[in-house]
Ligand binder design. Structure first.
Ligand SMILES: Cc1cc2nc3c(=O)[nH]c(=O)nc-3n(C[C@H](O)[C@H](O)[C@H](O)COP(=O)(O)OP(=O)(O)OC[C@H]3O[C@@H](n4cnc5c(N)ncnc54)[C@H](O)[C@@H]3O)c2cc1C
Length: 342
């Protein structure tokens, strides 16, 4: 086991021992070693290389060291500039896994259900690699072959990822088989750049490699009223969600691809993508009146909590909550309230 303490040293060891397997957090590698599916002759551990754990923010981009853990990506500084990445980090594994798993390991593994991948693709990030031959920088999707394998040269490490800072809304949503934490059955990342007036959307685990939904993005960009940062036609939400779902690849259900990720059947996948895409857009550019309704609902919920505290849990609620959470109805504009509330 080699334990380099600088990037130069790590690169020279990787060059001298091309058979050595890189290990960062070990959350992907160790289960394979423990199960006997992988028996590396030697390991090159990247955990002690400080350069891989740095964050370099600048005006128009943020550079994230490959050794940053997902727990660190939830940090306030990163979350403020890259909220979708912080959202993805929050949903990855358990707190123990997030404390070890690195963004570089997620990229190098290249599993299509890797949570960082659709976000980085939607944000237009580039991966920076280094070997003794020098530096190489590629857009995230160009790192992978058609089967989803990372095209890293022998002795090459991922050192960082350069992420443009966009002026607008970002989100990441995923659906897991358990309904809670877990690997994504599908995931959607949406990035709306209000300055450049662009929309970018990417899907996780709908194909062996993360998919971009350029058609849906271009279509949505033409529907947005960029001056008002609003969507004038309420039917846009449904149509956008349908276009995103239509971009998802058709492939057999069950365990598939080089990474053996779990693939839902086509109908479920289409529906799941549609739901995520619509919710992502609602969060980014809410329909007229929706935020007011959410605030009113939250006000009622808080009032009920306080009443229960005073009257006890069994007391009848004086203002029953609306049964459904305040999501905008499909294809309809929220009715404007006329009673001055909200
Ligand atoms: C219980 C559990 C739950 C999980 N849940 C999720 C989840 O919800 N979402 C998700 O996306 N993942 C999940 N994972 C998978 C895993 O945590 C992630 O893929 C993680 O990002 C891997 O990072 P790591 O640092 O642990 O990689 P490691 O296990 O150290 O390495 C993984 C691979 O990447 C290579 N590698 C690592 N760093 C570099 C580098 N800098 N340059 C080149 N190659 C490198 C290694 O050689 C190895 O092949 C889960 C894992 C476990 C065990």
């Amino acid at each position: 086991v080699a334990l380099p303490v600088s990037l130069d040293e790590a690169v020279s060891v990787a060059d001298a021992r091309p058979d050595a397997t890189l290990i960062a957090g070990g959350t992907d590698l160790m289960p394979r070693i423990n199960a006997g599916r992988l028996l590396p002759s030697s390991l090159l551990c990247l955990a002690g290389v400080p350069d891989l754990r740095a964050v370099w923010p600048s005006e128009d981009e943020i550079v994230l060291g490959a050794g940053l853990t997902f727990a660190e990506l939830m940090d306030r500084q990163v979350a403020a500039l890259l909220p979708a990445l912080a959202q993805a980090a929050r949903t990855l594994g358990t707190p123990q896994v997030r404390g070890q798993a690195t963004i570089g390991g997620n990229l190098a593994t290249g599993a299509p259900d890797g949570d960082a991948l659709p976000v980085l693709v939607a944000l237009g990030a580039e991966v920076v690699c280094r070997s003794v031959r020098g530096w190489r920088q590629v857009p995230v999707l160009d790192l992978y072959d058609r089967a989803g394998g990372a095209r890293l040269e022998p002795g090459e490490l991922i050192t960082s990822v350069r992420v443009p800072v966009t002026g607008g809304m970002q989100s990441f949503l995923k659906i897991t088989s358990s309904g809670g934490a877990g690997r994504a059955v599908v995931s959607v990342s949406l990035v709306i750049d209000l300055e450049r007036r662009t929309v970018s959307c990417a899907l996780g685990n709908t194909a062996p490699v993360v998919q971009r939904c350029d058609h849906a993005g271009h279509w949505l960009a033409a529907q947005v009223d960029w001056e008002a940062s609003a969507i004038p036609d309420p039917r846009t939400y449904e149509t956008f969600a349908r276009l995103v779902a239509e971009s998802a690849a058709d492939r057999p259900a069950g365990q598939g691809g080089a990474h053996g990720t779990w693939w839902a059947d086509a109908d479920y996948q289409r529906r799941a993508v549609e739901v995520c895409a619509r919710r992502a857009l609602v969060r980014a550019l809410p329909p007229v009146g929706w935020l007011e309704q959410v605030r009113r609902y939250q006000g009622q919920a808080e009032f009920q909590r306080n009443m229960r505290r005073v009257l006890g849990p069994d007391a009848a609620s004086p203002t029953p909550l609306e049964p459904a959470p305040p999501l905008p109805p499909a294809g309809a504009r929220m009715p404007a309230r006329t009673d001055g509330v909200g």
